[in-house]
Design a protein around this ligand. Structure first.
Ligand SMILES: Cc1cc2nc3c(=O)[nH]c(=O)nc-3n(C[C@H](O)[C@H](O)[C@H](O)COP(=O)(O)O)c2cc1C
Length: 316
């Protein structure tokens, strides 16, 4: 079973993906970039750098990085695809799942799901690029878990490598019950390979989905991998990582992240420290509250690194 690393805006950036790939890349079939979109008629300077060849060459060359686009219509999609294809990308994931209200209310992300005509127009962009590959990442609907039914014919008649389904509605954001009944029905209705995505935190969670839905072709994992970067290794190998091995691997990953962010951020120590603290929003949830607080409150990088080392040691 292939494991795909989900896009998580603000977390799975180029520094994170490159570091994770160096340590755990053997178990990840593909990494997906957080969404890229058109703003004020173009791609933001920061995004152009972030998605550009310089920061992503290794993964692009290996063919394991797919950019995700968040277009409102075929014209925006066409623009983004042409820009990104110039960088060397040959596959594109189209976001029909983003639930952020500021995005959804403009008929982007999952805000498009109640509008089959708009989805049809957008997906028409695939016909303009027969030499490129496309996939979709979507939710069940914006308001209703069966909105996808209005899109089945359109999705089935679009040339897609796969469809990733996060079985929640946009209104649920990232919380609340996953709707496996609706997912099961969608799995039967969509004729493309299906990737399951949502709330996979342990190898047992992954196994359950595999057993319950043998038709599922791959699993996409986001927060579970940010919490335990070894999770894909554990799923693929079937061998659990000991807490000590995990702490050591996380220590290595952490060093690579610190070096990577120090190279790309130009706001000095304060900015690097703030960025490194965000890593702990998801990482190692089993860590003690006291250790986590110390990391959160650290005032400079030296203090921060000391707290991180102590916390990793205390975790096994
Ligand atoms: C903070 C945050 C940012 C996200 N950014 C993106 C994004 O850029 N593109 C996307 O398709 N999904 C995005 N997602 C959704 C994840 O890719 C994934 O679908 C969701 O977290 C459920 O999977 P998980 O339970 O394995 O994390 C984001 C989720 C979170 C929590």
């Amino acid at each position: 079973m292939h494991i795909l690393f989900a896009p998580i805006q603000g977390y799975t950036d180029s520094v994170y993906r490159n570091a994770h790939n160096q340590l755990f890349g053997n178990s990840i079939y593909k990494y997906y970039t957080p969404f890229i979109r058109v703003e004020k008629g173009g791609i933001r300077k920061h995004d152009a750098k972030e998605f550009g060849a310089e920061r992503n060459s290794e993964l692009i060359e290996k063919g394991v990085l797919t950019p995700q686009i968040l277009p409102a219509n075929a014209e925006e999609a066409d623009y983004l695809i042409n820009e990104l294809a110039n960088t060397g990308y040959r596959e594109f994931d189209i976001n029909l799942g983003c639930p952020f209200p500021m995005i959804a209310k403009h008929h982007k992300g999952c805000g498009l799901l109640p509008y089959p005509d708009e989805v049809k127009e957008l997906l028409g962009v695939t016909e303009r690029h027969p030499d490129l590959k496309f996939s979709l990442k979507m939710r069940l609907g914006l308001e209703d878990a069966y909105e996808w039914k209005g899109l089945t014919t359109i999705i089935n008649s679009t040339p897609l490598s796969h469809v990733t389904i996060h079985p929640r509605t946009g209104r649920q954001q990232y919380k609340g019950e996953i709707d496996l009944n609706a997912f099961g029905e969608m799995l039967d209705a969509i004729q493309h390979p299906i990737v399951y995505n949502g709330d996979l935190l342990t190898p047992a969670d992954a196994q359950k989905i595999q057993e319950q839905y043998p038709k599922v072709g791959a699993l996409m994992i986001g927060r579970g991998l940010l919490a335990n970067p070894c999770l894909a290794d554990e799923i693929v190998s079937g061998v659990p990582t000991t807490q000590k091995e995990k702490a050591e691997k996380i220590g290595e990953l952490h060093e690579m992240l610190l070096e990577g962010y120090s190279n790309v951020l130009d706001g000095g120590e304060c900015q690097i420290l703030a960025k490194m603290k965000t890593v702990w929003v998801y990482l190692l949830p089993e860590m003690g509250k006291r250790e986590r607080k110390k990391i959160e409150k650290s005032k400079n990088l030296q203090e921060y690194c000391g707290f991180v080392q102590n916390a990793l040691k205390a975790s096994y």
